[in-house]
Design a protein around this ligand. Structure first.
Ligand code: ZN
Length: 210
């Protein structure tokens, strides 16, 4: 009795699933058709340069920077489409990432090397003449290799830039203070932490992905 009921349930579920798949199938196909030309041209443009198998090449803005309880790696690669808007690929120079992780014994309970969530991160590109070429706020996001703060940066002229990430403490993020479960530090930093990458050389003519 129970077996036949289960079978009946499974059949209904299968039918519902089939119906759902059929309904979704059309729209999925349409999306793929419209999206694939852009995706394939972006990938193929990197192939003549001998890019890696993933179809993109990632560069470092400089060496990792240690600030306060954090270690910050700055990365850049081809502009990417994202949910929630952001600057479109055609009008962007590159995608920039701040990979912000906790150092060992950071006092806040973060695991060493763990991504630190809840931060507000501003970025700024400053040219050699001291003029600001681009600035704004990075957004938290996930890529296939994990969470980071990032953004598609507007078009930048060729030049040597100082890139700064200004990192504000988490807001509305609480810390345990009791001896049994509390963390060592009971207050986040009050002055923003600044991770600076000097001498970042940028030339849109020779970037690996164009
Ligand atoms: Zn990103």
């Amino acid at each position: 009795m129970s077996i036949s009921l289960k079978k009946f349930g499974l059949t209904l579920a299968a039918l519902a699933l089939l119906g759902g798949m059929t309904a979704c199938g059309g729209s999925t196909t349409n999306e793929k058709t419209s999206a694939s030309p852009a995706a394939s041209s972006a990938l193929s443009s990197t192939e003549p340069t001998g890019g890696n198998d993933a179809g993109f090449r990632e560069g470092d803005l400089g060496d990792e920077v240690f600030v306060g309880p954090l270690v910050v790696a700055g990365k850049f690669f081809q502009p990417v489409p994202m949910t929630g808007g952001g600057l479109d690929v055609a009008n962007s120079s590159m995608h920039v990432e701040a990979d912000i992780a906790a150092i060992e014994n950071n006092g806040y309970g973060w695991g060493a090397g763990d991504f630190v969530p809840g931060l507000t991160v501003d970025y700024k590109f400053t040219g050699e003449d001291g003029s600001v070429a681009a600035e704004g706020q990075l957004m938290p996001m996930n890529a296939s290799d994990g969470p980071h703060y990032g953004l598609n940066v507007p078009k930048l002229p060729a030049g040597v830039y100082k890139v700064e990430f200004t990192i504000h403490a988490p807001e509305g993020w609480m810390l345990h203070t009791d001896p049994e479960t509390g963390v060592e530090k009971h207050e986040f930093w009050t002055e923003p932490l600044v991770a600076t990458f000097e001498g970042f050389q940028w030339d849109p003519e020779t970037t690996p992905w164009w």
